[in-house]
Design a protein around this ligand. Structure first.
Ligand code: HEC
Ligand code: HEC
Length: 353
């Protein structure tokens, strides 16, 4: 693999519409680094690891700055919860890799829920949402946590009334969805649009792929070769978002405690199977797995090295890996090289009155 000749010059992808929106809205130039690296020579054989310049969005809910602004206000607004105290950002906090640093999420009344809060980073690219994939789109996903009695416990029709009484929301909805009213649908569409803009920024690994051989440490480079080779993480964590968007049982927990994908699709092989999560920014989102039972990245690799914990109905790729301590460390170094440049996120001023 190392012997391939791979340095070829190639112009860098354009910023695309989204880059412009992101820069305008967040007032940051996190995408400028992409534009500046026109001199670098891409490793063509690894180009599939770079983020596509287009963010997928449904035809009836294209990304516009007004929709992003409304969705951002809703995302950070605790008045979306029945107790007016929990926002989406409580569990998907930008300071914590868009997650919450808890083993499992804590909802209204400090009740612990059954599953870990996943990051919403790159959720635009997921082909299903939730650990078990029970929602097909971000629009479909968005209202779930609001109405869920354990999460935000807010009756949705009452929420529409509540938001309609906050005058400051009217112009935001009208600008985002002209002629449509404040409704469950427009709320969901705006939240989904904001989430689509939360995409990964350039990581040391990306700079390495783009042709800078010094961007990753030797340990991380060795880790990358293990990831694609002996450890075969790439079998499931594939492509630029490091996920196959599919479901596997790693033996994290007995499946009678949480059947995972099997509850959505009752096929035997899916007992205890959960969605492959992204590895982008994974360093920032401990603890790990659908139940938050694995504390550190090193513990994750040790878990795989042992071939899973509950060895029942395991995915066929999960087997002891015979990795040395050094190889375990190298894989961890590689995952840390997937952490993107920090992006500044400004808190929106929420509408009042
Ligand atoms: C109390 C904590 C909590 C709150 C509040 C919350 N979430 Fe979540 N979120 C979770 C948990 C836990 C999951 C995983 C649940 C599951 O898989 O069954 C999740 C899953 C998601 C996912 C799926 C990500 C993926 O990769 O599958 C998205 C998107 C998301 N939430 C967005 C939101 C939005 C938008 C809001 C506000 C309307 C919100 N969340 C409020 C805890 C929370
Ligand atoms: C058979 C498919 C498969 C293989 C092979 C695989 N993974 Fe995973 N990975 C998953 C799934 C599925 C989950 C979530 C499982 C769960 O929570 O029950 C996961 C979870 C993780 C997590 C936790 C992420 C988070 O946000 O909680 C990390 C880190 C990770 N894998 C890294 C690796 C590494 C490193 C390798 C190679 C040693 C690897 N994976 C091999 C499918 C796979």
């Amino acid at each position: 693999m190392q012997s391939r000749s791979f340095f070829k010059s190639r112009p860098v992808q354009s910023l695309g519409l989204f880059g412009v929106i992101a820069v305008a809205l967040h007032g940051t130039s996190s995408f400028a680094s992409d534009a500046e690296s026109t001199e670098s020579s891409l490793r063509e054989d690894l180009a599939h690891y770079l983020r596509p310049s287009e963010i997928p969005a449904p035809a009836d809910n294209q990304i516009t700055p007004e929709r992003v602004a409304l969705g951002k206000a809703l995302f950070f607004d605790p008045r979306l919860s029945g107790s007016n105290s929990i926002s989406c950002a409580t569990c998907h906090s930008p300071g914590l890799g868009w997650s919450d640093a808890q083993p499992t999420a804590v909802g209204v009344g400090t009740k612990h829920l059954g599953r870990n809060s996943p990051t919403i980073l790159n959720s635009a690219y997921n082909s299903t949402q939730f650990w078990d994939g029970r929602a097909a789109t971000l629009e479909e996903q968005a209202l779930g946590p609001i109405a869920d009695p354990g999460e935000m416990a807010q009756d949705l029709s009452q929420l529409v009334d509540k938001l309609s009484r906050i005058k400051g929301y009217h112009p935001l909805f009208e600008a985002a969805y002209p002629g449509e009213s404040i409704s469950e649908q427009t709320m969901a569409k705006a939240l989904a649009t904001f989430e689509r803009t939360i995409v990964s920024t350039e990581a040391p690994f990306d700079r390495w792929v783009k042709g800078d051989p010094t961007a990753m440490s030797d340990a991380a480079v060795r880790g990358f070769h293990l990831y694609e080779g002996k450890a075969n993480c790439v079998a499931c964590h594939s492509g630029f978002n490091f996920t196959d968007n599919s479901f596997h049982n790693l033996g994290v927990r007995p499946f009678d405690e949480d059947p995972g994908r099997y509850k959505v699709k009752p096929v035997a092989i899916l007992k205890g199977a959960f969605k492959t999560p992204t590895l982008r920014d994974v360093e920032l989102t401990a603890p790990y797995m659908h139940d938050g039972s694995v504390k550190t990245l090193r513990d994750v690799v040790s878990f795989y090295n042992g071939g899973g914990k509950i060895k029942e109905n395991l995915s066929p790729e999960i087997r002891p890996l015979n990795l040395s301590d050094q190889e375990v460390d190298d894989l961890v170094a590689f995952m840390r090289a997937l952490t993107g440049e920090p992006r500044s996120v400004t808190m929106p001023r929420l509408p009042v009155e």
